[in-house]
Every structure is written in C-alpha cells, then in structure tokens.
Design a protein around this ligand. Structure first.
Ligand code: NAD
Length: 519
C-alpha cells in the first residue's frame, strides 16, 4: 500500500491531500510515459467538497503540451497497433489485478475530491473495474467474420482493426468508472488514447494512469491532459484524433458532438437525464420505497442514472408519507465519516443551483414535503451539503421537472394508471434510464415494451448494464450511434477491413479480360 502512496505522490496526486500543508500539491500531466509539471500560467483549485479546503491544483495545459500529448499518441500508435492482441490482453489482465488490489486507495481519492461516501466510491471503482475485466476478453470480441466460397475459389473475410488516436472527455461524478469506460476499451482494441479527466476530480485518473504504466502499457499509449474549454476544442479539432468519447452535460455534449462530427470524427456522447421510477400499487411496498430512496439520494443524487422522479400510480399515491419518513432517516455527512449516506455536492455553485431549483418548485406550486436546504453537518459547516428533499404535486411544466437537478431531490408526480405514467415518461425529452416497480408480469412487459427509454429496470432502480452489454441511454441523453462498452464499445473503437481473395488452380486462369461487373 505504501508503494501506492509513493506512486501517487510521484504522479502528482495524493490520497491524503487533506493533510498537506500549503501550497497545495499540483496535478501533473502524463505525457509520453512521464508525469510532468505543466508550464501553464493558468491553474484551477481543487476543493474537498466536504470542507471547501483547497487540496490540490490542476493546470490548463498549454497548446504546446497538448500538441506533445497528441504527437506522443500518434507515435506510439505505430507500434501499439502492431502489438499482438495477446500482449495487449496480458497488460489489461495485469491492470485489472492492480485496480483490484488498490480499490481502497482509489476510493479514498474519489471521496476527498468528489465527496461521495467511501462505500459508494468503492462501487465507482468496481463498476469501472468490470469494464477492464471485460476488455480482457478482447481476443473473442475482436474476431472478424469469414464466408468461404462466395464464388468459385473465392473467399471473403473481415478484420476488425483499430482507428488510430482516440480521445475521452470525462465528467466529475464518476472519477474512476467513466475514465475506465473509455481508455481500456479504446486501447485494448489497439488505439492509443488521449484523456481529459474532469478538471474537478483529476486525481483518480492520475492514479489509474500510474497503475496502467505499472501493468506494462508502453509510453505514449495513454496521455493525459488537463483543462476546460481550450482542451476540449483542441480534442475536437486536432486532425490526428479519430474518435471522441464524451460523458457529461447536454450543454457540453451537444457542442462536442457537433464540433467533433464536423471535423470528421466519430463521436459518442452520453449526456444528462431525468429518470422516472413508476410505482404501481401492486408493487412490494417495503422493497420499492427502500429502492426509490436509495436511488434518488445515493451519491447525493449526482448520478446520471439517479432515480430523480417518482410517478406514483393509483393507490401508490398514499405511500408518500412513508417515503418521506425513510428519506428523513438518511445521514448526511462527509463521505469519509462512518455511517454517512449522503455526502456533499461537488461545488458551492452546484449547491446554490440545487437550492434555487427547489425554491422554483415551491414558487410554481409544488409541495415541499422534506426540505434539505438548511441541513447542518457538525464539523463540516463549510461543506456543500444539501439533505434529502422531496417535492410532491409536481407537474411536467415546472422547472424542477424540466431541468436535471443533479442533487438529492426527488420530485413526485402522480398518474391515474399505467398508460398515463408511460405518457409522462415518453414526453420527457431524456431517455437515459427508468424503472417500474410492480409484481405483475403483464404490467412490467407492457411498460418495458412501450416506454421510449434506453435502459429499463423492472424492480431494479438503477439499471446500468454490465459491460458484456452496452450503456444504451437514448433520445435526449445520447448523441451518436454506437454506445459505450460491450460489443458496441468495440464497434466504436474499431473499423472493418473486408478482404475478398481468389486463389485459383493454374488451369483455371482467365483467358481474356472480364469487362462486365462480376456476378
Ligand atoms: P460537464 O458537461 O460540466 O463536464 C464534462 C466535461 O466536459 C468536463 O471534462 C468539462 O471540462 C467539459 N466541459 C464542461 N463544460 C463544457 C463546455 N461548455 N464546453 C466544452 N466542454 C465542457 O458535466 P459534469 O458536471 O462534469 O457532469 C455531470 C453531467 O454529466 C450530468 O448532466 C450527468 O447527467 C452527466 N452524466 C451522464 C452520464 C451518462 O452516461 N449519460 C454519466 C455521468 C454523468
């Protein structure tokens, strides 16, 4: 373990940052296999969301540094793309073991930079680790196709080949899982990778990069730059970058999709959400209420798959008081404190925004059944805490419904029957995830069949697919046509070459030119 603490110091991240005396340690760039200090004159402070203390600083990489990073990717691609698939597989087999051995160190880093509870942070790492494990199946996943004898002496076969340099732009809310959706899948296919983590939580990515290097990834196969808009524009514009994976808000995602596509790149863009949990009166009440509360307020609601909207159908409307009682029992505290259920929001601005969306609901006529705006956390008075909040009597025209709140706020709508509930969900522009709670198979089947949302849970509140499937958010939550990880992830990071070959016996040689189209 101490090896990893030293390693993290070396790569410019520190697990125990809170103990560091001033000036705050700086986050390094990772270029051509070296963790280097940026020469930038522009730096951003990174805060612990539970205290708002500055724990580290991150540079906005200079143009020259970004160019060095992409050139390193281009140079490394020449040999990495020719490295045997078995060698790449072995590197990722070692990588998954290193991540497994260091889950707790990674989780500590996540909690100190992002704020979520330690147990939840371990889940963040674990769900990313599963993608790395899946990447280790690359020898089966990258198989091409063959069709022999399409005509006499002629066979057709396809190869699945890497694209070149690929890039990833990540959000703040899953500092391990989402970078791990990106570079392992891209690299195991034979691409090299340029990653820009969220400028608010870069530490975990730096630890992951160090572990990848220790697993044997050659210099230049992964490069990491930091920054905001200039770094994003650089990625969208640089001609060597063939594909961009983005996860984050709609504002950034739509912009990146358009700018990257215009420059001829493949872009997959996973964006915001408003996920509805439809509660039928025949559902298992105990189970459903617990699942709803967990999925609405876990990670302080800062999950793209948070169940942020409940639609209570028929008699289930009478369950509201019990829902409130359960939400009240959650403990709001700093993520590293024992027993914490709900940690802080990422920034004071995020807290401000969430509070104002709650207020807008009140002003537009919603009923504030539980108000978490004035929550006090002893010893963490300066943290960005908002307690569990429930707004009922919400209607689809209210701002608290039309906007993604991304905080610990559950908005509750009501419906007479299943058809009305389905209509509400389908009229919402987002299509990331949804869940239905019922004990009736026919009801569940009707819902899964008719609802126009990319990921559906039946008595499963957060139906994020395991990596042998793909993350299939749809409509307003996604731009692009090939999703993250699973078979679709392999498709995104590869291109097909189709070979048609003819090997004739000598006596079958053509006697004259064939000028008609072969049939
Ligand atoms: P964000 O869009 O603010 O930031 C994501 C990345 O884009 C960062 O690296 C940031 O530097 C960059 N960026 C931010 N604003 C930009 C702009 N205007 N132009 C260009 N680049 C910009 O997102 P966030 O706040 O870090 O993350 C929260 C959002 O991500 C939520 O909307 C959430 O639903 C979404 N999210 C979606 C998924 C999914 O799979 N659908 C998963 C996680 C998070």
């Amino acid at each position: 373990k101490s090896h990893w603490l030293r390693a993290s110091d070396k790569c410019g991240s520190t697990v125990s940052c809170a103990n560091f005396s001033k000036p705050a340690p700086t986050t390094k760039l990772f270029i051509d296999g070296k963790f280097i200090d940026s020469k930038s004159s522009e730096w951003l402070d990174i805060h612990n969301p539970a205290t708002n203390e500055v724990i580290s600083r991150v540079p906005k990489a200079t143009q020259q540094e970004m160019l060095s990073a992409v050139n390193s990717c281009s140079q490394a691609y020449l040999s990495w793309s020719e490295t045997s698939i078995l060698t790449r597989q072995q590197i990722f087999l070692r990588y998954q073991q290193l991540i497994k051995d260091n889950i707790k160190e990674l989780a500590k880093m996540i909690t100190v930079e992002q704020g979520k509870t330690l147990a939840d942070a371990e889940g963040d790492v674990f769900r990313g680790l599963q993608v790395v494990e899946h990447a280790c199946s690359i020898t089966s996943l990258m198989l091409g196709e063959t069709l022999p004898s399409i005509t006499k002496d002629m066979d057709t076969y396809t190869y699945r080949l890497p694209l070149g340099v690929c890039a990833g732009i990540a959000p703040f809310n899953f500092p391990a899982m989402i970078p791990l959706w990106m570079f392992p899948m891209g690299m195991v296919c034979g691409n090299t990778y340029l990653l820009k983590p969220s400028e608010r939580v870069p530490g975990c990515t730096m630890l992951l990069a160090k572990m990848l290097q220790d697993a044997g990834a050659p210099d230049g196969t992964l490069n990491i730059i930091h920054g905001q808009h200039a770094a994003v524009n650089f990625i969208c514009d640089h001609p060597a970058i063939r594909a961009i994976s983005f996860v984050g808000s709609n504002q950034a995602g739509e912009y990146i999709y358009e700018r990257g596509s215009k420059n001829g790149k493949r872009v997959q863009s996973n964006m915001g959400a408003k996920n509805h949990g439809v509660v039928m009166p025949d559902a298992n009440k105990e189970n459903t209420l617990n699942q709803l509360v967990g999925a609405a307020f876990g990670a302080a609601g800062q999950r793209c798959m948070a169940l942020s909207t409940a639609v209570l159908v028929g008699e289930a409307r009478s369950w509201l008081p019990e829902l409130v009682e359960r939400a009240k029992k959650l403990r709001v505290n700093a993520g590293d404190q024992p027993g914490a259920d709900v940690g802080p929001l990422i920034t004071p601005q995020a807290k401000e925004r969430v509070n104002s969306l709650i207020q807008s609901g009140v002003e537009e006529g919603a009923k504030l059944l539980l108000d978490g705006r004035n929550v006090k956390v002893k010893g963490y008075e300066s943290g960005n805490f908002v307690g569990p909040t429930i707004l009922s009597n919400v209607t689809p025209d209210m701002k608290c419904y039309t906007e993604e709140i991304f905080g610990p706020v559950l908005v509750v709508l009501e419906a007479e029957d299943l058809d009305e509930a389905i209509k509400v969900v389908n009229q919402n522009p987002y299509g990331n995830g949804t869940a239905i709670f019922t004990t009736n198979g026919a009801t569940a089947r009707k819902y899964t069949h008719e609802v126009d949302v990319g990921q559906v849970g039946v008595n499963v509140p957060i139906p994020v697919p395991l990596p042998m499937f793909s993350f299939t958010g749809s409509r307003g939550s996604f731009r692009g046509d090939t999703n993250f990880y699973g078979k679709q992830g392999i498709q995104f990071y590869t291109q097909i070459k189709t070979v048609t070959s003819q090997w004739k016996a000598e006596d079958a040689t053509l006697k004259s030119p064939a000028v008609t189209m072969p049939t």
